[in-house]
Design a protein around this ligand. Structure first.
Ligand code: FES
Length: 176
């Protein structure tokens, strides 16, 4: 990956007035504690515009004063992605979406992918998946987010690479 640096701007030092966490290095949206790595991960997962980044990370969805900063980060991430080659950053190539596949969330729980659906308003693909614990309820999440990498700057202790990672579960029953 071509390294890129997002100039988070000198106004982040005032982040305590606007979001409370903005003084941290590399935070582009203090209100939602979104870092440049989050923006980069969103781009790697398919974000191409500010609306995508807002939806996938939450950046700019509170007061929105960070919009210019988030947009600048987005543009840098997109340029880096083009420079590095889109194929190298395509998450689905390494972590494919398998209907009826079992996935492990990076926080440890397991989920069964039931299907892929389309948002009736935006036509965006969403993954329909079932909790393999508790009440076994169904959930949906944008496909791009489902297949996105873990933000290792935000979760440095996590070793799993993908937010939801496909598992290869073997049967433990003996055939007779
Ligand atoms: S810093 Fe307030 S919404 Fe981003």
């Amino acid at each position: 990956m071509v390294p890129w640096f997002c100039d988070v701007g000198s106004d982040m030092g005032k982040g305590k007035k606007h979001g409370g966490k903005g003084a941290e290095k590399d935070v582009v949206c203090g209100c939602k504690h979104v870092t440049r790595a989050d923006v980069e991960a969103a781009v790697a997962a398919g974000a191409t515009g500010l609306a995508d980044v807002k939806r996938m990370t939450g950046a700019g969805t509170k007061w929105g004063k960070c919009k210019g900063r988030v947009r600048a980060c987005l543009e840098q991430a997109l340029e880096a992605r083009v420079a590095a080659g889109a194929a190298a950053l395509e998450p689905e190539a390494e972590n494919p979406l398998v209907i009826h596949g079992i996935y492990r969330h990076f926080k440890g729980d397991f989920y069964l992918v039931e299907n892929v659906a389309h948002d009736s308003e935006t036509d965006e693909e969403v993954v329909v998946y079932r909790k393999l614990y508790g009440d076994g309820s169904l959930w949906v999440r944008p496909k791009a987010m489902f297949l996105s990498p873990v933000d290792h700057e935000k979760y440095p202790e996590v070793t799993q690479r993908w937010r939801f990672e496909l598992q290869h579960v073997e049967s433990v029953a003996r055939r007779v």
